[in-house]
Design a protein around this ligand. Structure first.
Ligand code: ADP
Length: 157
């Protein structure tokens, strides 16, 4: 049976921390959908099309990865993609509390879907999309915090 995972997130923008989670999870799965959850209340800072384009560029040579977006419930998106696994990254204890609530909610919505957590690499613990976004907005250099393939990208809102 094919092992299909969904890695949902805002990815606003995609960071080296996200890249590391996906790369490390890849041997576990036959297919990974990196899916941007998008709705009226969670529009984000960077345009959806740009976020998708940037992630596609990062994984352009990886046929097991597809980049997508969805509205509505993550478990419904999983069902649509025939996926029984939600992949999430854990950095800190506050991530854990937040992820525990979402993971348990998703479990109660759909018992067949398992959330798989991967611990961040220690050197990525402090990296957040919010921090990278603030650096970009204020003219800082973000090349250390975004994937290698994005280091020359112009991050325009
Ligand atoms: P969301 O808005 O759904 O939290 P994010 O784009 O902020 O979306 O994060 C998506 C996933 O990536 C979450 O599971 C988050 O914990 C994880 N993540 C974010 N930053 C890092 C990082 N630096 N290292 C590992 N995982 C991370």
């Amino acid at each position: 049976m094919n092992r299909i995972a969904v890695f949902p997130g805002s990815f606003d923008p995609f960071t080296i921390g996200h890249e590391s989670i996906v790369t490390r999870a890849l041997p576990l799965f036959d297919k990974v959908y990196i899916a941007i959850g998008y709705n009226i209340t969670k529009k984000g800072y960077f345009p959806l099309e740009s976020r998708i384009e940037w992630i596609k560029k990062v994984f352009e040579d990886e046929p097991k990865i597809s980049v997508d977006h969805f509205t509505g419930l993550t478990v419904d998106y999983c069902k649509m993609k025939n996926s029984r696994f939600i992949l999430r990254g854990l950095r800190t204890s506050s991530d854990f509390e937040y992820e525990r609530a979402i993971g348990q909610l998703n479990k109660s919505l759909d018992y067949s879907v398992e959330t798989i957590f991967m611990l961040t690499r220690p050197e990525h613990t402090f990296i957040t999309s919010t921090m990278v976004r603030d650096l970009i907005i204020n003219g800082g250099n973000v090349s250390k915090y975004v994937p290698e393939k994005l280091k020359d990208v112009k991050f325009l809102p």
